[in-house]
Ligand binder design. Structure first.
Ligand code: ADP
Ligand code: ZN
Ligand code: ZN
Length: 742
């Protein structure tokens, strides 16, 4: 790692410092609070100043956070040095970090760590040497040399390989000209600047609904804080509409952040942005290299990056002039960070917008119930786009009752997941030369392998989870921790061979069945699987785009955002998956996912058809999907949640106690429960084994706090947890507003 360079070496041995330069410096570590450091007398030690702070034998980045605590004697204080160029985190970002820490009950330093994701951005900038045309022109010029000088005649600075390539000569020719003084060196910044998006590059003509929503957002983009729910079916033009807000913010000289679930951060989106604004936005997500990270972070901090499109972590970037936040697919669970500091990026986006004094736009075809309640209750502006843009119509949704279709008693029916009506529809679609999609939210070949002779089930030794068969790779794998074994040839329990049977379908198995029925159809599997790899998935999606395949068989990775104009049939193989695990959001999630999948069908001129295979056709979720009655479903769900005092009408906090020693974990969990103070309108449930009672070798116990809306749960939890002593081998993770119960 490169060392951080302090401004000037002389500050390493400063004279005695005036007292006011002792400041609280926050380190990006999960420590209780800021530490006191001395700062050089002549620097502006204001909140946000980034410093290099000694910590033990290391040197870490830190940020001046506020006045000193004064607990440590002056002569024992270490000295923190401002960095070269004295970079400063915007004060509003510091306020945001404090707010998030307070709300999520994380140490402030752990939140700061998310805002300092690129240490490299604070390191001295490398310079690139480039060459421009010099004063001297050699007396005799070869053809090759002349070509180089002709290229350089425009005055632009180029690298040696750049010049060689542009002039179509070897780099030796270029170096000869440098030696002769005909080319002169000059320094360029480490990175080329990000090009500026042009708000007027290709503005669309909006339809009346879109125009109305865009008008509200354009006005909001130049006002203070406001929150909007942009609500419209897939294909109604939500993206086009929020692009208008982006354009307005750009014209007002502001920076823009567009948050997408990681899964939607595709080349497709970036290109779509480029078609509207003339260039790609700045990206921020987990796939960036250190170098790309450094470039993007610096550009954001200096205000050179005007529009950032990123995953949830981009919410902590140091925008100096943030003027708009968009959260697309706001209902997505991917916005909730589940490990490390637990937070919900959609909720925190609203907070950041409030602190920045700028608008926030939440967009979805299937909003979270929280946002729906906020919008219908008047806290957010509800911007509705009614129909699909153009002539595209919403697909017809048909329920297929699998109780009638699949209970054929004969052996052949076993391992059969595509019902006759779905097969007939597939046949018609293929004959018509159109495309189809089969959706099953389960990776691999079969979710469970069972021994027919003794009943042995293959489970992960580190997790309370079954091993999933991946047939093409001939392995059984744990989807929780990645543990794998080669597919066994005999039962490890009774040592019979030929007794192991796969139970239930995964996408690979559906594909196998499909190929049996349609041997001539071209198909591909797309799965969010590390087994298949993102490159293969992207290739499958591209093949679908280019019509190189007829059928795409996939997990939820195919449900989101893609626009396949020739796709007219969507078959959901098992619509009941994930519908009944006792989680308050299970119904909402099933509805959102299936609605999203259904929305892939018939996005262009040809009408689409959706078939949902279910064993509960009477279920409210299935009925709402079949009748296209989204708001009816939301209303029903609202009533249900209100009666149960569930979110957003009540508050939940989950506490997961985990550790390698099961006995110790259970003991701490019980002790925690005993220490819970009693308070009005607060109930504490548990401890009980978590859904994954064993995960990556860690035993897990859960407690759940349920409180009325009026309760200050943060204060309650602080009062509860602060005095409890937890051994270092046990971890207590607090999840405020949990969205899943795993
Ligand atoms: P959503 O974000 O609601 O799913 P999109 O913004 O992606 O909808 O719009 C769906 C499709 O319709 C896209 O291909 C988009 O370019 C096109 N579209 C939407 N509105 C317009 C418009 N006003 N003019 C031209 N094309 C539009
Ligand atoms: Zn057996
Ligand atoms: Zn496992």
């Amino acid at each position: 790692m490169t060392r951080l360079r302090p401004r000037q070496a002389s500050f390493l041995s400063p004279p005695a410092l005036p007292e006011k330069q002792v400041m609280g410096v926050l380190l990006p570590l999960p420590l209780a609070g800021a530490y006191d450091y001395k700062l050089p007398a002549d620097c502006n030690a204001a909140r946000g100043l980034v410093v290099a702070a000694p910590l033990g034998t290391r040197e870490v980045l830190g940020v001046v956070w506020g006045p000193a605590e004064g607990a440590v004697g002056d002569n024992r204080l270490k000295i923190a040095e401002p960095l070269e160029g004295a970079p400063v985190l915007p004060e509003k970002l510091c306020d945001f970090i404090d707010w998030v820490a307070d709300y999520t009950l994380n140490p402030t330093g752990a939140i700061l760590a998310m805002a300092l994701r690129s240490r490299g951005a604070f390191e001295p900038e490398a310079r690139r040497i480039a060459y421009v045309k010099g004063e001297t022109v050699p007396a005799r010029l070869s053809d090759a040399r002349r070509r180089v000088l002709d290229v350089a005649a425009d005055g632009l600075a180029r690298s040696v390989p750049g010049l060689a390539e542009d002039a179509n000569v070897s780099s030796a020719v270029v170096r000869g000209l440098i030696r002769a003084g005909a080319l002169q060196p000059t320094e360029l910044p480490e990175f080329a600047p990000f090009p500026l998006p042009d708000p007027d590059y290709a503005a669309p003509t909006l339809n009346p609904d879109q125009e109305q929503a865009a008008g509200v957002l354009r006005e909001a983009a130049v006002g203070g804080f406001s929150a909007h729910l942009l609500d419209g079916v897939t294909g109604s033009g939500k993206t086009e509409v929020y692009f208008e807000a982006v354009a307005a913010a750009l014209k007002a000289g502001k920076q823009v952040l567009i948050l997408l679930p990681e899964i939607a951060l595709t080349v497709q989106f970036l290109e779509r942005f480029a078609r509207r604004f003339g260039m790609r936005p700045t990206e921020w997500h987990s796939d960036l290299s250190q170098k790309e990270r450094r470039r993007a972070y610096r550009a954001v901090m200096r205000g050179e990056a005007r529009v950032v499109v990123g995953a949830r972590s981009s919410l902590f970037l140091p925008f100096p002039e943030l003027g708009l936040i968009v959260v697309d697919e706001e209902h997505e669970q991917a916005f909730k960070q589940q490990d490390g500091a637990i937070y919900h990026a959609r909720d925190m986006a609203v907070v950041r917008a409030r602190i920045e004094g700028c608008p926030v736009v939440l967009a979805s075809a299937t909003p979270s119930l929280e946002s729906f309640v906020n919008a219908t209750g008047g806290r957010y502006r509800h911007l509705i786009l009614r129909g699909r843009h153009g002539i595209a119509e919403l697909p017809e949704v048909r329920l297929i009752d699998m109780r009638n279709e699949r209970d054929a008693p004969d052996e052949a029916a076993r391992g059969q997941w595509l019902s006759p009506p779905l097969r007939t529809a597939l046949e018609k679609t293929l004959t018509a030369g159109e495309q189809a999609m089969l959706f099953l939210n389960r990776r691999g070949y079969a979710p469970l392998t069972l021994c027919e002779a003794c009943g042995h089930k293959f489970t992960c030794p580190h997790c309370s989870a079954w091993l999933v068969e991946h047939k093409y790779r001939r392995r059984l794998a744990c989807h929780q921790c990645g543990y794998e074994i080669p597919a066994p040839s005999e039962c490890p329990e009774c040592h019979e061979s030929g007794t192991l049977i796969p139970c239930g379908p995964g996408v690979e198995r559906v594909a196998e069945e499909f190929a049996r029925f349609f041997p001539n159809a071209r198909y591909a599997i797309a799965s969010s699987d590390t087994m298949h790899g993102p490159a293969e998935t992207q290739a499958a999606i591209r093949a679908m785009m280019k019509r190189e395949i007829d059928v795409l068989i996939g997990t939820q990775i195919v449900a989101k955002g893609h626009h396949f104009p020739q796709l007219t049939l969507v078959g959901v193989v098992d619509a009941d998956l994930g519908g009944s695990d006792g989680d308050v959001r299970a119904r909402e999630r099933t509805f959102q996912l299936l609605h999203q999948v259904a929305g892939r069908a018939g996005r262009a001129e040809k009408p689409g058809q959706v078939m949902l295979q279910t064993r509960n056709p009477g279920d409210a979720v299935m009925q709402a999907l079949a009748c296209g009655d989204r708001d009816g479903f939301y209303e029903q769900e609202r009533v249900f949640r209100e009666a149960a005092a569930a979110p957003p009408f009540g508050r939940l906090v989950a506490i997961v106690v985990s550790g390698a020693n099961g006995e110790q974990v259970r003991e701490i969990a019980r002790a925690l429960r005993k220490a819970a103070p009693s308070a009005m309108d607060v109930k504490v449930w548990g401890p009980t084994p978590a859904f994954y009672a064993l995960l990556r070798g860690q035993t897990r116990e859960r407690l759940l706090v349920q409180a009325a809306k009026t309760v200050d749960v943060q204060a309650y939890l602080k009062a509860w947890l602060a005095p409890v002593k937890v051994p270092s081998a046990v971890r207590v993770a607090v999840d405020v507003d949990p969205v899943s119960f795993f």
